[in-house]
Design a protein around this ligand. Structure first.
Ligand SMILES: [Zn+2]
Ligand SMILES: [Zn+2]
Length: 234
């Protein structure tokens, strides 16, 4: 109840502010847009050569990350590095209720898929635990998935995957702790049988969350699982 009041309060506040103060870039404050072209141009895009699996830039023939701990999904991809202007924009999107940014980010994800296609037929967002989603008022990954679906005409099945237990924020955890933290934290619906799923999230660090989601999807018979995020850490 309090969360809803706070949320409606925040939405109302944003709407009023939009009238009083028209859109300004969340990064550099330039007027007329929530994310300006010169800030977008600063995003450091991740382009080939990349590792086929984890999507990290590849400097030699075999990827040292995947040699050490191979992913158990087809692979993960990210549009750009989680740095500078993009980091700031994602912060505004997740924590400052700047949900308008889903439009900008949805276009970036769709452009990425157009340039670097993946064999997928269904989009699913990485779910938040219901309590966290209530507190925030939205799941930022679901907004991205919907925006991407609208631009690619791929079906979006965000309710086919749920987070079954609350997990700690991954931010303060090392790679090993991240895997333990999200292990068995997700459950998928039998509806995903045979689907070639594209998992969507805002940021990927170790891929632990994508892997845990992938395990739940494969357990219900998904054919393949790819992950795509806006950003990834270096
Ligand atoms: Zn800007
Ligand atoms: Zn790799």
């Amino acid at each position: 109840m309090l969360a809803r009041l706070a949320r409606n309060g925040a939405a109302l506040r944003n709407a009023l502010l939009d009238v009083l103060f028209p859109p300004r870039c969340v990064v550099c404050r330039q007027r007329g847009t929530w994310l300006c072209a010169s800030c977008v141009a600063q995003f450091e895009r991740i382009v080939p050569p990349i590792c086929e699996r984890c999507g990290r830039p590849l400097h030699r023939t075999t990827c040292p990350y995947c040699a050490r701990a191979p992913l158990h999904i087809e692979g993960t991809r990210a549009v750009a590095f989680f740095d500078g202007a993009l980091r700031q924009a994602i912060h505004a999107f997740k924590y400052l209720h700047r949900t308008e940014l889903a439009d900008y980010f949805g276009t970036m994800l769709a452009d990425y898929l157009l340039t670097f296609p993946l064999s997928v037929d269904t989009i699913i967002a990485v779910p938040l635990h219901p309590e966290r989603e209530r507190a925030r008022g939205y799941n930022q990954a679901a907004l991205l998935a919907n925006a991407l679906g609208a631009r690619t005409h791929l079906p979006v099945w965000n309710d086919a995957l749920v987070r079954t237990r609350a997990t700690r924020s991954q931010t303060e955890l090392n790679a090993e702790e991240r895997y333990a933290n999200v292990h068995d934290a997700f459950a998928a619906s039998p509806r995903v049988r045979g689907a070639r799923v594209l998992l969507i999230d805002d940021v990927c660090t170790t891929g632990a969350t994508m892997q845990a989601c992938g395990a739940a999807l494969y357990a219900q018979g998904a054919q393949t699982v790819w992950g795509l995020t806006l950003a990834r850490s270096r």
